[in-house]
Write a protein that binds this ligand. Structure first.
Ligand code: NAD
Length: 471
């Protein structure tokens, strides 16, 4: 049993004032695997005080010094890759190939930020003004459970690169990953107070971060509804706020696409991270006259998708993170059937051969309209919708007819045509014939998928404020 009893404040592991014990589960077995003692409001305030005290000195450190810090943090996280991978599988249920990518990603974001910082000029001359990019102050960083270690390291990397100090509130459901990451980051030997990590509930620790006058910036990844609450709460002190929220990403399969390649890629885009991905391609838009072909290929391809034991290298869809999340996904499958969508693959209940854990059958609905609930709301599970269109203009209209705008995919054998379409899709990222990630390019959403950008220079500048000195 894992017993996590401490939080990290001012460079030390301390027992929190908070006394609530929160159960941790293995989602693949639904067994309890440990407990975390949660921080409360007083712990959050102590962490903010420590970060505030550390800010004046840290904000004046040289670029070279901060690059050095980031490189040591990178090495520290790299050194725990195996342990972190195991924790991601045990506590979150990510299939082993995904979990190992996630652990590597947690390290690489620190190296990426070091490289961005090395090449970034904090001052520039604009006319008679000397413009300096200045760190904002203490940053509150709030992460979700679907890539907790990666978000802790990514947000922290950008904040520290800018010269901000930080208080991190990780997801309470990811405490084992957090404790492994915290130990490693501690080993990197940064000055006390520069970063503080307090696992607690959103309504307590998260709420303190979004209202406290000494927090200058909040960077949040999570649901759109909580993002809106944070934005409202932060308005009182005019906090700078970055929100990375939900999505309902379209996968536009054009009529010239080679379906033998496009269909497996669409499924990968939809089922990535077991469907618990804000960037999952959940609305597959196909030309009406190719529907029969698409349906036949999809049935074939979904049959090859293995949902089950995350330790099995053949598994690509692991369990949902919690019983609550499993019930939510089951409810959406039910709603899809009730609203008249055609169940092409999967359906309610557990996958064949699985009798424990929070597993969902990889599910594809066909003949979905863009007005159905399953096409409008983020399900956050392996449940996809096929929607037909009759013209490219209609495909584009459907793609953009959503409150979200995080990511879109275009699959076509004509890249030029795909680029013309990409320019008209309302999404922060458009992937043409690829599922690749570009860590130097900005990432974030249009519309209700968020505000602001992470990664690369844009991500660094989200923690900076320009100051013009005229002479
Ligand atoms: P969530 O919004 O419930 O929680 C996210 C974090 O916010 C957690 O740490 C939680 O404790 C905290 N929180 C909850 N209430 C809070 C409050 N009132 N004030 C401050 N903090 C609070 O989301 P979740 O269930 O953890 O994650 C799933 C959601 O996150 C999905 O909707 C998904 O789309 C979204 N998500 C988005 C991205 C992205 O990059 N855009 C990435 C991953 C997940």
């Amino acid at each position: 049993m894992h017993q996590i009893n401490q939080v990290y404040i001012n460079g030390q592991f301390v027992t929190p004032y908070g006394e609530e014990l929160f159960d941790l589960f293995n989602p693949a077995t639904a067994q309890r695997i440990g407990q975390v003692r949660l921080a409360d409001e007083r712990d959050a305030s102590d962490a903010i005080s420590a970060a505030k005290a550390a800010f004046p000195a840290f904000s004046r450190t040289t670029k070279a010094k901060r690059v050095d810090h980031l490189r040591r943090m990178h090495a520290a996280i790299e050194s725990i890759e195996a342990e972190l991978t195991a924790a991601i599988i045990e506590e979150y249920g990510a299939p082993v190939s995904r979990a190992s990518w996630m652990a590597k990603h947690a390290a690489s974001v620190l190296g990426d930020a070091a490289a961005v910082l090395e090449n970034y000029d904090f001052t520039r001359q604009i006319g008679i003004a000397r413009v300096t990019m200045q760190p904002l102050g203490v940053a509150g960083l709030i992460t979700p459970w679907n890539s907790n270690a990666g978000f802790i390291c990514g947000k922290l990397a950008a904040a520290l690169a800018a010269g901000c100090t930080a208080v991190i509130k990780p997801s309470e459901m990811s405490a084992i990953q957090t404790s492994i990451v915290t130990r490693a980051l501690h080993e990197a030997g940064l000055p006390p107070g520069v970063f503080n990590i307090v696992t607690g509930r959103g309504e307590t620790v998260g709420a303190v971060l979004s209202t406290h006058p000494d927090i200058a910036k909040v960077s949040f990844t999570g649901s759109t509804s909580v993002g809106k609450q944070i934005l409202r709460a932060g308005a009182e002190t005019l906090k700078r706020i970055t929100l990375e929220l939900g999505g309902k990403s379209p996968v536009l399969i054009l009529d010239d696409a080679d379906l033998k390649h496009a269909i497996p890629m669409a499924l990968q885009a939809g089922f990535m991270n077991s469907g618990q991905a804000c960037i999952a391609g959940t609305r597959i838009l196909v030309p009406d006259h190719r529907l029969a072909e698409v349906e036949a290929l999809l049935v074939e391809e979904v049959a090859k998708v293995h949902a089950g034991d995350p330790n099995d290298p053949n598994t690509s869809v692991g369990p949902m993170v919690s019983l609550k999340q499993w019930q939510r996904v089951q409810r959406y499958i039910q709603v899809g059937m009730e609203e008249g969508a055609h169940l092409l693959a999967g359906g309610p209940g557990l996958p064949e051969g699985v009798n424990a854990g929070w597993f969902v059958r990889p599910t594809v609905f066909s003949r979905v309209t863009n007005q159905m609930t399953i096409a409008r709301e983020e399900i956050f599970g392996p449940v996809l919708s096929i929607i037909t269109y009759t013209s490219e203009a209609e495909a584009l209209a459907i793609a953009n007819d959503t409150p979200y705008g995080l990511q879109a995919y275009i699959l076509s054998s004509n890249p030029q045509r795909a680029h013309v379409l990409a320019a008209q899709v309302d999404a922060g990222r458009v992937l043409i014939n690829t599922l690749a990630h570009e860590p130097r390019a900005p990432f974030g959403g249009f519309k209700q998928s968020g505000i602001g950008r992470e990664y690369g220079t844009f991500g660094l500048e989200a923690f900076l404020e320009p100051k013009s000195v005229l002479s």
